[in-house]
Write a protein that binds this ligand. Sequence first.
Ligand SMILES: *Cc1c(COP(=O)(O)O)cnc(C)c1O
Length: 346
Amino acid sequence: MSRPELRISSETFRANIEAVRARIEPSTLMLVLKDDAYGHGLRWAVETAVQTGIRWFGSYDIRSGLEVRRIAGRDARIFAWATSTDDEIDEALAHDIDLGVGTREYLSRVIARAAVLGAPARVHLKIDTGLHRNGVLPEEWPEALAEARAAERLGQLELVGVWSHIAEASDAEDDEAQTAFLDAVRIAGESGPAPALLHLTASAASWWRPELRGSVSRIGAFCYGIRSADGPELEGVRPVASLSALVEEIVDGAAVIAIGSFDGLPSTLSGMPVGTPGGTRTLAEIGQTTSVVEGWPGAQVGDEVMLFGPGESGEVSATTLAERIDSVGEEILTRLTPRVRRIVRE
Ligand SMILES: *Cc1c(COP(=O)(O)O)cnc(C)c1O
């Protein structure tokens, strides 16, 4: 049986990066790479982004940060914000990886490791602006800053950034988060040299809420051409990845294709539209390793069916599929198993 293919367009990725960059200027684009670059492949994402002049990468954890360092070389700036072990901190310090620090406990450990290694840690301190997902609480912010500044005087730390993460679900909540963020930035500036790297927004707020952007914008989804669920289309941004499967058999006029829930296709997606050589058809049934698509005139074994993509064969985007099952486009991509062959195209 043939394997499904996830085709990845480098050209579209570069064009998306350019569109995002033009939109958010003068804020600097930090390309977010978590979950193996949202299922597109970390190595490909970094190599391709470097061609467009991207310098900032958000790797989530230190382990993938080290991989980014190997691929992108010495000039890249890498930001890893997962709370990590002491061994990982040591690796981060040795390879010049910026650390996102969101708890007092982690801050103390980072400083302790930097003291042992004799290398200053580049720290972006995270303020909790209401999401309660890691971040120093406003009432503890002055103490955290005092600890960071003391370490700074000892050459163990450089407070290079202040950051937070927002829900991007309602404008009012995001506005409140920004107020708390700017307060934290002001207090940081009063405690010592003002950190230059300020970042609050991800894809949606960076694109739609210019007034919330900091000097850096952490963006994943939109660079990969994944629009927000229930959000509008984005000018100049198209899906980078498209998922295809071949017709294995024609049964009673319907096409049986070689992809199923074992490949990571949620079975709840049955009933959705897919692209075929005869135009848009319905995906009638999703089995474990095969699925059934409503037929089209002249359908034959070896025909290609597009499950999602930019729409050239009548298929919809991963986000449009996700909306039908109350999910997000990222989920559709990151759930695909290794049996789905990744094919990069220029
Ligand atoms: C995932 C993530 C981002 C990027 O979000 P997108 O909506 O994909 O742009 C930014 N910041 C943090 C902390 C994240 O976890």
